[in-house]
Design a protein around this ligand. Structure first.
Ligand SMILES: *Cc1c(COP(=O)(O)O)cnc(C)c1O
Length: 440
């Protein structure tokens, strides 16, 4: 049931079936192919694989049948032409950027992002000579355009930011990016394609931490890169000279030009055959098996996560000890209007709220007292799984940041991030209320 020859199946059918079609007498569950390598009959067959003249599995660092099932499935869910699974979400972000950027290049990204993505760009990539300008999510098209430099190669943001839950006006960012012949890369981890399909809003490449909702059960770590196939690399290269790596001959593959040879799937083929070959941040078949299993119920889970979170957000909003609640679906949210445009059916199960306190120090202490009083809700660094879990970003995921950087990223000292799970919503609510009661 590959993307090219399958009928136009709906989202749920893709979740359950895509990427695997068993033949007569074969298992209905995609098997775990625990094999590092594959047998061929002649050495000429192997030559063709190595020259990229033939498709086929030859070494599991690059490609594996179990991994291929989920790659196909997620590519279809996002409406893309191809996907590459990676060993983590971090690796997906890294390989996506390195596929088009090198020393001397520049990125424009939002300030409100996953802490790991900020660290990656601000510290690791800058050490490699790739600079990033970080902008507020809500910059105007003019401000965004003025951050673009002659050496800018991509714009990057999160649909719904972790943990600040700020939305990105993807159509606006896409419009500016395309005016400058640059791709817009969107990390779509939080809404998942169930709530948002960034390609329909103009994004060119989507990344995922499939450690989160796509798996949804907190069973494994992995990431995905999905390409829309829509970005015109050749026109961009002719316009400003970037993306030579996709256009000019690759000497490490007998002088192949990815765009000339592979057309719409050039970005993914290059990421796989060049970067995955050389950097080796490969996803394991066992992770792919677990992820494929989780993907089957993506729609059911996302819908319930969202409904539970909406109820919890509504209750917290009315609570005396809560200064504010951040959940884009609430009518009073600053992004409510944009949410109706880009996430019309819901956002995710993640919300955050700020515990009251006389000053920032008291806020931080009160948040600590509330989180420590929880009985059902787990204290976890993870989010986006079936179990409800909570985190205090200022003392955990974002503790490497200075107060100034925290402020820039929009993290308040009393901010608690709550990932609403699939338990009975009455039980989640009761646990929160008894925990907040310690502040009375
Ligand atoms: C968790 C996360 C990542 C990193 O993914 P890992 O699988 O933990 O490496 C990237 N982006 C977002 C939005 C995340 O939530």
């Amino acid at each position: 049931m590959g993307s090219n020859n399958s009928p136009n199946y709906g989202f749920n059918t893709i979740c359950v079936r895509s990427g695997y079609q068993p033949g007569k007498g074969e298992p209905v569950v995609p098997p775990i192919v625990a094999s590092s390598t594959y047998r061929y009959e002649t050495t000429e067959q192997v030559h063709e694989l190595f020259d990229l003249q033939e498709q086929g599995f030859f070494y599991s660092r690059i490609d594996n049948p179990t991994v291929a099932v989920v790659e196909k499935r997620v590519a279809e869910l996002e409406g893309g032409v191809g996907a590459l699974m990676t060993s983590s979400g971090q690796a997906a972000t890294l390989l996506t950027i390195l596929n088009i950027a090198g020393a001397g290049d520049h990125l424009v990204a939002t300030q409100s992002m996953y802490g790991g993505s900020i660290n990656l760009m601000q510290h690791r990539l800058s050490n490699l000579g790739i600079a990033t300008t970080f902008l507020d999510n809500d910059v105007s098209a003019e401000e965004l355009a003025s951050a673009i430099q002659p050496n800018t190669v991509a714009l990057f943001g999160e649909t719904l930011s972790n943990p600040t839950l700020r939305l990105l006006d993807i159509p606006r960012w896409a419009q500016v990016a395309h005016k400058h012949h640059l791709p817009l890369i969107i990390d779509n981890t939080f809404p998942t394609p169930y709530f948002c399909r960034p390609f329909q809003l103009g994004a060119d490449i989507v990344t995922h931490s499939s450690t989160k909702y796509l798996d949804g059960h907190a069973l494994q770590i992995s990431g995905l890169i999905v390409d829309s196939g829509n970005f015109d690399w050749k026109l961009a290269y002719q316009t400003h000279g970037h993306f030579a790596g996709l256009i000019e001959p690759d000497v490490s593959y007998k002088g192949i030009s990815y765009v000339n040879f592979f057309g719409k799937i050039a970005f993914i083929v290059k990421a796989r055959t060049q970067l995955m070959r050389d950097f080796g941040s490969t996803a394991s078949p066992f992770s792919a098996f677990l992820l494929g299993n989780g993907l089957q119920t993506l729609s059911l889970r996302m819908q319930r996560h969202y409904e539970n979170a909406l109820q919890i957000a509504t209750v917290l909003e009315r609570h005396q000890q809560v200064a504010s609640v951040n959940f884009p679906a609430l009518p009073g949210n600053r992004y409510h209007k944009l949410a109706q445009q880009i996430l019309p059916n819901g956002c995710s199960g993640v919300l955050s709220f700020i515990v009251k306190g006389a000053n920032p120090e008291a806020e931080r202490a009160n948040a600590g007292r509330v989180i420590n009083a929880l009985k059902l809700i787990n204290i976890e660094v993870n989010v986006a799984e079936i179990r409800s879990c909570m985190l205090h970003p200022a003392t955990s995921t974002h503790r490497q940041m200075s107060i100034e950087e925290l402020q820039l990223a929009g993290i308040e000292p009393g901010l608690l991030r709550l990932s609403v799970g699939l338990e009975d919503v009455a039980d989640i609510q009761a646990d929160l209320l008894q925990a907040l009661a310690v502040l009375e």
